[in-house]
Ligand binder design. Structure first.
Ligand SMILES: [Fe+2]
Length: 314
């Protein structure tokens, strides 16, 4: 196998799309297979690789296997190799990720260097600060045309202390919510469930308001999630159903679900995922010792090839 990123299979699996609340039978079948041998520790996601820019077929297959199960994998390459952005770009391309999101904070090549740069963090750019990041999916404020379906985080160097990620497969979040009460996912599939108000700088609108659902079954039949745990600059639909659903999700993310993975990336490691839920603890650099966290982030409009619903459950 030269490239696991074979032609995408999209559409509706036989029996209907399991993510639609009315398809109970399809949901039951999908749920059973999803939970079968679902890993319970981040170690299960780690694939040792010799050179992330030239993955062997066996390495790529192991990464794809993890992604098909959990929507994420952690590749572990040698430290020191990731001093340039070739690595996240090459990893993405190997898995069919080619359409990079160039947000206004990305460097010119569309890949963002996440590091503490005093000048930038003082201007309020959160990705450049060492503060904790609350649970979210990437691009929750993007327009529907610019939905983020996947991203790569490549760790060039970890912080002196902290900077651990927690990760939760968004399909598992959906599953746990639907199991608890199908009305929760129904509420969060409403097209006006979550609004991120327009962004304005000095009176100029730099981004339009983003109004949309939390859970969306997109045109490819896959489940997309749009979420942030932040409480400022976000407006939830003002009804009891939405409030209860959001409350359940907050509790889930604030707890310690066995489905949640915790991992502190070492130098040379990277996360490849279908935009799963994630957060990050605060971190500290040790400038005197020359230890500073540097992570490259590449966000894509594509989904990891070979991980479509129909590829797995068709
Ligand atoms: Fe993120």
């Amino acid at each position: 196998m030269n490239n696991p990123a074979k032609a995408a299979t999209t559409g509706t699996p036989p029996g209907g799309n399991p993510f639609l609340p009315e398809n109970e039978e399809a949901y039951r079948r999908w749920r059973e297979r999803k939970l079968d041998s679902y890993p319970t520790a981040a170690e299960a996601l780690i694939v040792e690789v010799g050179d992330p820019c030239r993955l062997t077929d066996a390495e790529a297959a192991a990464i794809l296997r993890a992604c098909r199960k959990t929507n994420m994998a952690i590749y572990a390459g040698p430290a020191g190799r990731g001093a340039n952005k070739t690595v996240p770009r090459a990893v993405g391309e190997r898995f069919g990720l080619t359409h990079l999101d160039s947000n206004m904070l990305a460097d010119e090549d569309g890949i963002t260097s996440l590091q503490t740069v005093p000048g930038k963090s003082q201007r309020g750019y959160i990705p450049y600060s060492n503060k904790r990041l609350l649970w979210h999916t990437d691009g929750y404020y993007n327009s529907p045309a610019a939905r983020i379906h996947a991203f790569v985080l490549h760790c060039v160097s970890p912080a002196a202390d902290g900077g651990e990620n927690s990760l939760l497969d968004h399909e598992i979040a959906y599953l746990l919510m639907r199991d608890a009460n199908p009305d929760y996912v129904r509420a969060l599939m409403e097209p006006d469930a979550m609004t991120i108000p327009a962004n304005t700088e000095s009176g100029e609108e730099t981004r339009a308001a983003s109004i949309g659902p939390v859970f969306l079954v997109d045109a490819t039949g896959n489940l997309h999630m749009r979420y942030t745990a932040r409480t400022r600059s976000i407006e939830w639909k003002q009804d009891a159903a939405t409030r209860e659903a959001v409350g359940f999700l907050e509790k889930l993310l604030g707890g310690d679900s066995p489905y949640m993975f915790h991992h502190r990336m070492a130098a040379g490691q990277g996360l490849l995922c279908n935009n799963v839920l994630h957060n990050r603890t605060a971190f500290t650099d040790d400038v005197d010792k020359g230890i500073a966290r540097l992570v490259y982030r590449a966000r894509y409009y594509d989904r990891i090839a070979g991980t479509n619903l129909c590829d797995i459950f068709g």
